[in-house]
Design a protein around this ligand. Structure first.
Ligand code: SF4
Length: 559
C-alpha cells in the first residue's frame, strides 16, 4: 500500500509551486498537525518552512496529518513519511510541530503514533528525533502538551528559529542540547520544571519557579511576508497570502491574538506592494491577512496598486465601524463579494462588554451599504456565554440578523454562533466556559427568533467541541493524560472523558479566583495580570478601553 501513499504525495507535489527540495546535514520534519489542505493554507507554517530552509546546514520537509482514508493505510503498518523526499519521520533529526489550535493537540499524538515514536519525551532516548513545538496554541498555554515535547518555542519565530536550530545542529547529546536551548530567550524545556498543585487541585507554580520571556519581532519589514507554497489544493486555492500586519490594538476582551501579539505592527506599504508584484509574476490573486486590516494607514493605496497591477485582492475579516463608502468602493475594486463582520454580541451593551464599541445601527448601516456596493454574501459571527449575558442579549442576535436581512434583500446572510472559550492571556481568563445545556438553550432562543425568516442561514458550532477546546486551552499538565486516553479511544473525546480520573468541569466550568495562579502565568508576554483583571471587571460595566497608541501609551505594560 505504501506505493499508493507515495503516488499521492508525488501528485500533491506536482500541483505545487514553491516547493523547496534540499538536502542538508540536519534534517527537520516540519509538521502541521492537520490535513494538507488546512496546513498549506496557514501562512505562519509556510513562513517557518522558508526560514528553516534558508539556514545553510538545515533541510526542512513538510509533514501533515494524513486524511482518514490514508490513516487506515498507515495503520496497517507503514511509517508516516514526509512530503518532499518521502522519508520516514523517524529518520529525521528533529520533529518540529507548528500548532495553531488546541483542537490539533490530539493530532500531535496521532502523528507520533503513526511515526512509531513514543509520546512521552522521557521514553525517547538518543535514537529518537528531538521534538520541538511552537505556534499560537502553545504560546498561550503549552502545559497540556508538556510531557510530549522536548522544547517549546514561545513567541514569534523569525529570529528564535535560527538560534534554536543552530544549537541543535551541533548534534550534541540531547540533554546537552536541551541545556543549551534552555538559555535561549523564548525556549521552554518542560522536563526541567515540575508543576506543583494545591490541595484543591489548582495550580501552585513550577519548581524551580520560572518565567519564560516570549520572543517578539519588531522589524517585521525585514522578514518575508508572502506565501512560499502555492497550490490549488488549499482552502484559499492558489491565492498568494500576504501578512499585512501582526497583532491588534483593539483590546477585544475575548481575543487572545489581540493580547499575545502586542504591540500591533503594520508592514510598510512598499514591502507589501513588492509582494503583490511577486504574486503578479506568478499570475495569482492575493489575500491580505491581518487582524486589523482596515487600520493599515496605506490600505487604500495598497489595494489601488493591486488594481493597477491587474491583481484581485481579497480582504480578511473587517470591522463594521470602519466600513465607509470609500472603503467599500475599495472592496468593490478588489472584486470581493463576501464580507465578514464580527459583531460578537447581539446587543450594544454586551458588545461594549467585550470592548467593541460599534452599535447595531452601525452594523445594519454597514450591511446596507455593502449590499449597495455589490457584496452578495454577508457572514456575521457571534458568541454566546459571554460574562454578564442575559437571554435578551441572546435573542438580540436573531433580531439583529433579521434587521440585517431587511437591508440585504437578495443577498445571503449567514449567522455563525459559537460558545465563548475564555482563553488564557485574555481578560476573560477568569470566566467560566458556559454550561453545555445553557449553550443549547441559547441556540434554541436564536433559532426561535429567526424561525420563518427567509434568507438567513444559521451556523451553530458544536458546543461539545468547544468544551474540549476550553479544557485543552485552560488545562494544566494533568490534562495531558486526557489526550493520551483520547488517542487510545481512537479520537473519541466522550469515551476519554469517561475514562479520565480527573473532573474536566474543574478546568472548564470553574470561574477562577481573582488571585489564582494559572498554569500559563510563567510565560512573560509583557502584559500585566493586574491590567487583564481590571479589564475583566470593566467588562461587566461595558466600560471602554482605548485602542493601542504605540508608543505613547503604557496601559497594559507591553510598551
Ligand atoms: S502599552 Fe498601550 S500601546 Fe502598548 S500594547 Fe499595551 S495597550 Fe497597546
Amino acid at each position: 500500500m505504501i506505493w499508493r501513499l507515495k503516488e499521492k504525495a508525488k501528485d500533491i507535489l506536482s500541483n505545487e509551486t514553491g516547493t523547496i527540495f534540499k538536502e542538508a546535514s540536519l534534517r527537520v520534519a516540519l509538521v502541521y498537525p492537520n490535513t494538507y489542505e488546512i496546513g498549506t493554507s496557514n501562512l505562519g507554517f509556510q513562513l517557518i518552512y522558508r526560514i528553516l530552509n534558508s539556514i545553510t546546514n538545515i533541510s526542512a520537509e513538510r509533514v501533515y496529518l494524513p486524511d482518514s482514508e490514508d490513516i487506515k493505510l498507515y495503520e496497517l503498518g507503514e511509517d508516516l513519511f514526509s512530503l518532499e523526499s518521502q522519508r520516514q519521520i523517524g529518520e529525521f533529526d528533529v520533529i518540529a510541530f507548528s500548532i495553531p489550535f488546541e483542537g490539533d493537540y490530539i493530532n500531535v499524538l496521532k502523528i507520533l503514533e503513526l511515526s512509531k515514536i513514543p509520546f512521552r519525551s522521557l521514553d525517547r532516548g538518543e535514537d529518537y528525533p528531538l521534538v520541538i513545538a511552537g505556534g499560537m496554541a502553545t504560546l498561550l498555554n503549552p502545559e497540556p502538551l508538556a510531557p510530549f515535547i522536548d522544547a517549546f518555542i514561545i513567541g514569534e519565530g523569525e529570529y528564535i528559529t535560527r538560534e534554536v536550530f543552530e544549537i541543535v545542529a551541533r548534534r550534541e547529546p540531547k540533554c546537552k542540547t536541551l541545556e543549551r536551548l534552555s538559555e535561549v530567550q523564548g525556549v521552554y524545556i518542560p522536563s526541567f520544571f515540575k508543576p506543583i498543585y494545591n490541595q484543591d487541585g489548582t495550580f501552585a507554580g513550577h519548581l524551580p519557579s520560572l518565567r519564560v520571556q516570549k520572543r517578539f519581532v519588531d522589524d517585521l519589514h525585514l522578514h518575508p511576508a508572502g506565501s512560499t507554497i502555492l497550490t490549488k489544493n488549499t482552502t484559499f486555492s492558489d491565492m498568494y497570502l500576504i501578512e499585512v500586519s501582526r497583532g491588534c490594538g483593539g483590546a477585544c476582551r475575548f481575543c487572545a491574538e489581540g493580547f499575545v501579539y502586542r504591540y500591533p505592527r503594520h508592514r510598510d506599504k512598499d514591502s507589501i506592494i513588492a509582494e503583490i508584484k511577486k504574486a503578479k509574476e506568478m499570475g495569482r490573486r492575493v489575500g491580505l491577512i491581518s487582524p486589523m486590516l482596515l487600520d493599515h494607514p496605506d490600505l487604500k493605496e495598497i489595494i489601488a496598486e493591486a488594481k493597477k497591477e491587474g491583481i484581485q485582492a481579497s480582504l480578511s475579516s473587517l470591522r463594521a465601524d470602519a466600513l465607509d463608502e470609500d472603503m467599500l468602493e475599495t472592496i468593490r475594486m478588489s472584486g470581493q463579494k463576501t464580507l465578514t463582520i464580527a459583531p460578537e454580541a447581539g446587543s450594544d451593551f454586551l458588545r461594549r462588554s467585550v470592548n467593541k464599541h460599534f452599535t447595531n445601527e452601525d452594523i445594519t448601516r454597514s450591511a446596507e451599504l455593502s449590499y449597495k456596493f455589490g457584496i452578495t454574501n454577508l457572514k456575521l459571527y457571534f458568541m454566546v456565554g459571554l460574562p454578564g449575558e442575559t437571554d435578551e442579549d441572546v435573542k438580540a442576535i436573531g433580531e439583529l440578523g433579521k434587521a440585517i436581512r431587511g437591508v440585504f434583500p437578495r443577498g445571503k446572510v449567514t449567522i455563525g454562533v459559537n460558545p465563548l472559550v475564555p482563553k488564557p492571556w485574555t481578560p476573560f481568563q477568569w470566566a467560566p466556559f458556559p454550561k453545555l445545556k445553557d449553550v443549547e438553550r441559547k441556540y434554541q432562543i436564536i433559532k426561535d427568533e429567526v424561525k420563518g425568516a427567509s434568507g438567513i442561514k444559521l451556523s451553530l458550532s458544536s458546543p461539545r467541541l468547544f468544551y474540549i477546546q476550553a479544557l485543552l486551552s485552560r488545562g494544566s499538565r494533568r490534562v495531558s493524560r486526557f489526550l493520551e486516553l483520547a488517542l487510545e479511544e481512537k479520537g473519541s473525546y466522550t469515551k476519554a472523558l469517561r475514562k479520565w480520573e480527573s473532573n474536566p468541569d474543574f478546568y472548564t466550568y470553574r470561574e477562577r479566583r481573582a488571585d489564582e495562579t494559572f498554569p500559563w502565568d510563567f510565560i512573560d508576554h509583557g502584559i500585566s495580570k493586574r491590567f487583564l483583571r481590571k479589564e475583566y471587571d470593566k467588562s461587566f460595566e461595558g466600560r471602554k478601553t482605548p485602542e493601542c497608541v504605540v508608543p505613547i501609551c503604557k496601559l497594559c505594560g507591553v510598551c
